[in-house]
Design a protein around this ligand. Sequence first.
Ligand SMILES: Nc1nc2c(ncn2[C@@H]2O[C@H](COP(=O)(O)OP(=O)(O)OP(=O)(O)O)[C@@H](O)[C@H]2O)c(=O)[nH]1
Ligand SMILES: [Mg+2]
Length: 352
Amino acid sequence: MGTTNSKKRKYKKEKKKAKKLEKQLENSKKLQNKEVSILLLGTGDSGKSTLVKQLQILYRNGFTNKEIEDYKRVIRNTIKLSMKNLLQSCEELGYELSNQNSSLATQFEEGFKNKEISSTPKFATIMSNLWKDDALKKTWQNREKFQIPENSDYFWDDIDRIFKESFVPNNVDILNCRIPTVGIKEVFFEVGDKNWRIVDVGGQRSERRKWIHQFEDVDMILFVIGISEYAKNLYEDKNMNRMHESIKVWKDTMKDTHLKKKPTTILFNKVDLFTETLTRISLKFCFPGYEGEDNFEEASKYVVGKFVTKRIAKKRDIKHHFTCGTDTEMIQGIVEIIMNTIISKSLQGFFI
Ligand SMILES: Nc1nc2c(ncn2[C@@H]2O[C@H](COP(=O)(O)OP(=O)(O)OP(=O)(O)O)[C@@H](O)[C@H]2O)c(=O)[nH]1
Ligand SMILES: [Mg+2]
């Protein structure tokens, strides 16, 4: 009797296993034909488009000649505009340039208005000499007090190369270059035998009302947070702290009914800048209640807790990673983890 029951149980178990396998095979076949859509969300400047550039480098042979030419123009313009901004902020903060550099600053102001002069190697040398001035270095150390592209120092350190006639931006230059996204951009990739659609949106306030139209048609959300931005205010609202805005946007987004069942991954991006900023500005600046040390381990754990709260995590499938958006190798590793998670969820019938 006992033996018969145990045989029956074994048979039932085997049957269940076979059915599961059959379902997985069926899902896998469906998945082969299905495009998986990932929606990138997050406030402005958090690093969404940088991630798309990385995917372009990793899975689409990089950038076209036209794109490279456009980036060349943007990079050179940004260097000039940021230098102007730095000089002005230096004055506002009350730091004084050396006498020699004061006359360079005058030459810069005069040349800045003239497109031809400001494209010459001589003008580039003026900027690279200015960048060596202690007062400008001190101003840069206080960059959270004004609005300036975060990676300006990457370009200023290399002005001579960038203003050479033969200059062609490399991938790292392009990854460091900032162009705010306006509207919705779709990018398509094929990795292995899967098709992926990545939807990149603009994150500044005026762009966010367009987000909702994308919610229904996507399989997964990647929410990008600039974790280093806890000491900065918004570009579009000088009185609002960027981290507090990010928390608000995240909580509002998670309330949306269309997104309730969508797997969500948070990327706490800009970890390189986070580590550096912590050496200058305490996390208390943003969270007065923070009592930990200003090191990556403690501070990042605290910030994660502000996003992955018990209330949000209880109802949802939320994962998170720390990233440096400009580090191609690191991003490749994270992207592979995310894609594998999606594939395994699809095999369970999650998206199909
Ligand atoms: N140092 C550093 N810079 C980063 C990192 N990720 C992105 N950036 C830079 O941050 C700036 C903004 O990145 P974007 O990708 O344009 O930001 P976004 O989220 O697309 O911004 P919007 O289009 O306005 O919503 C760019 O200059 C990037 O080079 C990072 O991890 N480290
Ligand atoms: Mg963008």
